[in-house]
Design a protein around this ligand. Structure first.
Ligand SMILES: *Cc1c(COP(=O)(O)O)cnc(C)c1O
Length: 217
């Protein structure tokens, strides 16, 4: 538990997979956590954080960003088109692009503002009806559609079904990324980030194993 434990485990997993030290980015997912726990991690020098709601992030991060230099904020949760403008202003990276309407909106904002966050396309690898993400069969076409809009695609993201072996989902995501020439793989959470690193994750999204259990969400 805690930041240093997780960074050590990431370093070990990188080495076990013959991957370069530092090739995996740790996104500390701070959603719903008490501010003092988040600030403790900032004080330890960590700067890459993830939130799953635009509004919650807007309430907490502008103040932290004034007091701590170099904060790099990632949106890991679903994004509604009508919140896209606010998201683009706050986040360096969005991990949840999953439909043409949102892609179009982000492309329009990029045209107006001259910049766009780095983007991951979320893939619903478990084909769960309640879950966001494009279906695996639709991923290639959606990647091409986003490229047609000149969006800065970094890679793919998935959240495996709770009850299934995550490695099958990580391997599927890696395969789809590879055949589309995408290098980024946003996969792995508190319970399975080492497995994700073995299968090529470039970004792991770890919350409770750093900050402690969440009281909600
Ligand atoms: C909450 C969340 C995480 C972190 O989950 P933990 O199990 O607490 O590590 C990762 N990714 C997404 C999309 C999340 O919403």
């Amino acid at each position: 538990m805690g930041l240093s434990d997780i960074t050590q485990r990431i370093a070990k997993a990188e080495s076990a997979a013959d991957r370069a030290p530092g090739s995996v980015t740790l996104i500390a997912v701070s959603k719903v956590q008490p501010l003092d726990r988040v600030e403790a991690v900032l004080k330890q020098g960590h700067r890459v954080f993830g939130e799953n709601r635009v509004q919650e992030a807007q309430g907490k991060w502008p103040d932290f960003m004034e007091r701590y230099e170099g904060v790099d904020l990632h949106l890991v949760g679903p994004l509604q088109s009508n919140k896209a403008k606010q998201a683009v202003e706050l986040f360096s990276t969005i991990h949840s692009v999953d439909r043409p309407k949102l892609a179009r909106k982000l492309a329009d904002l990029a045209q107006e503002g001259g910049a766009c966050p780095g983007l991951f396309i979320q893939v619903n690898t478990g084909e769960e009806p309640q879950k966001a993400g494009v279906l695996p069969d639709e991923a290639d076409a959606f990647v091409a559609e986003c490229r047609g809009m000149d969006l800065p695609l970094l890679g793919l993201m998935c959240i495996p079904p709770l009850e299934e072996e995550p490695s099958l989902h990580f391997a599927l995501l890696a395969k789809i990324a590879e055949r589309n020439g995408l290098e980024g793989l946003s996969m792995g959470m508190s319970g399975d980030f080492e497995t994700a690193i073995a299968l090529g994750a470039t970004h792991v999204r770890v919350g409770s194993a750093i900050f402690g259990e969440r009281s909600q969400g």
